[in-house]
Design a binder for this molecule. Structure first.
Ligand SMILES: Nc1nc2c(ncn2[C@@H]2O[C@H](COP(=O)(O)OP(=O)(O)OP(=O)(O)O)[C@@H](O)[C@H]2O)c(=O)[nH]1
Ligand SMILES: [Mg+2]
Length: 456
């Protein structure tokens, strides 16, 4: 599969100033040469030009000009895939880009699979698996924090720790396997305690990495926050305030919002999808009932609930019912309409933070944003935290590793035969290796790279 030459449009499909068609593989240069007519004085074929140079000319098909282009030539091995790469910068029309790509495919390239360029970079040792995932994270980053975290992982910060961990485990494994061959001789007590200590250290390292999983998930994926409450309390007004624009219809008519409306905003560096919902009261109206069903559905998926209460009215049984219903989820009570006289008295918060706001004049919105951030992320977000934040695949592998190492450690302490200790230790070491792709299966690679876009 690594033998053929692949090509794809690397830029989003649509009308734009430029589009880039990327070709990678042993025949990249010859394929480009069959299509390219140099425009300048130099008539050197691309195969003969210096690496990392840019060339002006035209793409021809059956002697007809398809497009006026600039071509970058990057020769192996100092390229992203470590293969020869040619990038054709053409005009960014849907039709023209497609025509150039078709010409490239006709000339002998194969259409790349999603993520195949990055997969080749991995297969050729240019980046490891955690770094390959960081490429996808970087592309999908929706906030500045997510971007910084992706860059740290791409730079190899996570990989360094994983490699160190794996080296330590390999060291212990090597010792133990060496001793299996001499079953009559016990490991020296000093050596044994050294090995135990190394394993304990490794366990601590894994624990430390696992503790970054929540933050990692939060930074990469963001959260969903559902805005709920009875009709007319100001849910849609709150959505608009949090987004900073007039997204949802606001009116004094109860039951204005019938469908769920979701929109994303950045709250203190975290991507939050806010979902404005219909009130949750019972209704005879079929449309309203469907709206309420959808509200409940989005509540189920929400990581955080913003429960809006109208503080200018006494608390009602509907408010109470809502309070009782969603006791389990992280929640903020938003006491709205603080510009009006307060008639709510002491609201029962059930331990949830309470923030007083006015969606009419914006008072209290900034403290509410602070409270939202505090609900999902306690304390400061430091540069150090952004250096290493594992994703759910890493988490799953580290959990397996931790489990096996714990067994190995117990066995080692209990004097279990070393060949048995080695089995668990090897499973744990392999699990750690999966993170950077030292130990992988084709299935694992497919599941990772298939989530990439074509052309990446
Ligand atoms: N005085 C005052 N009025 C507000 C405030 N927030 C919202 N309102 C008014 O309350 C009414 C209802 O606001 P909406 O945002 O439509 O309330 P909702 O909860 O989305 O209502 P439904 O979609 O019908 O469930 C409107 O007339 C708003 O102008 C506030 O902070 N102060
Ligand atoms: Mg509404």
């Amino acid at each position: 599969m690594l033998d053929d030459t692949i090509a794809a449009i690397a830029t989003p499909l649509g009308n734009g100033g430029l589009a880039i068609i990327r070709i990678s593989g042993g025949k990249a240069l010859t394929i480009a040469d069959t299509l390219f007519a140099p425009g300048g004085k130099s008539k050197t074929p691309l195969a003969g030009v210096k690496s990392h140079t840019l060339h002006y000319g035209h793409i021809l098909r059956n002697d007809q000009r398809l497009d006026e282009v600039m071509i970058s030539v990057m020769k192996a091995p100092a390229t992203f895939t470590r293969e020869d790469i040619v990038e054709i910068n053409c005009h960014g029309g849907i039709c023209s880009t497609k025509a150039v790509l078709d010409a490239v495919l006709d000339a002998g390239a194969r259409l790349a699979l999603p993520g195949e360029f990055t997969k080749r970079a991995f297969m050729h040792g240019r980046i490891d698996l955690a770094q390959a995932e960081a490429v996808a994270d970087l592309i999908h980053a929706r906030t500045g924090l997510a971007l910084r975290a992706a860059n740290e992982q791409l730079a190899g910060k996570l990989s360094q720790r994983i490699n160190k961990l794996r080296d330590d485990l390999m060291h212990v494994l090597a010792h133990i396997e060496a001793n299996i061959d001499f079953p009559d001789e016990d490991i020296e007590p000093d050596t044994l305690s050294g090995l135990v200590q190394r394993l304990e250290n490794a366990g601590r390292l894994i624990h430390g990495l696992l503790s970054t999983a929540n933050e990692g998930h939060l930074i990469r994926r963001g959260i969903r926050a559902a805005i709920i409450g009875r009709p007319n309390v100001g849910k849609s007004s709150l959505l608009n305030q949090l987004l900073g624009r007039d997204r949802a219809i606001v009116s004094a008519v109860a039951g204005t919002t019938r469908d769920t409306i979701s929109e994303e905003a950045q709250i203190r560096g975290i991507a939050v999808v806010f979902i404005d919902t219909a009130g949750l009261q019972d209704s005879d109206d079929a449309i309203e009932r469907e709206g309420i069903r959808r509200s409940r559905e989005s509540l189920g998926q929400a990581d955080l609930i913003l429960h809006v209460i109208d503080a200018s009215e006494p608390i009602t049984s509907d408010d109470q019912a809502c309070l009782a219903d969603f006791d389990g989820k992280p929640r903020i009570l938003v006491l709205n309409k603080s510009d009006l006289p307060n008639r709510i008295g002491q609201a029962e918060s059930k331990g949830s933070p309470m923030v007083s706001v006015s969606c009419l004049n914006g008072q209290g919105i900034e403290p509410l944003k602070e409270s939202i951030r505090n609900q999902v992320w306690d304390g400061e977000i430091t540069s150090e935290m952004l250096e290493v934040m594992i994703n759910s695949r890493h988490q799953e592998a580290l959990r397996r590793a931790s489990e096996s190492l714990r067994t190995a450690l117990e066995q080692l302490r209990a004097g279990t035969p070393l060949d048995l200790v080695a089995v668990d230790l090897r499973i744990g070491t392999n699990a750690v290796g999966e993170i950077v792709g030292q130990t992988t299966t084709e299935d694992l690679l497919d599941s990772i790279f298939s989530t990439f876009c074509i052309g990446k």
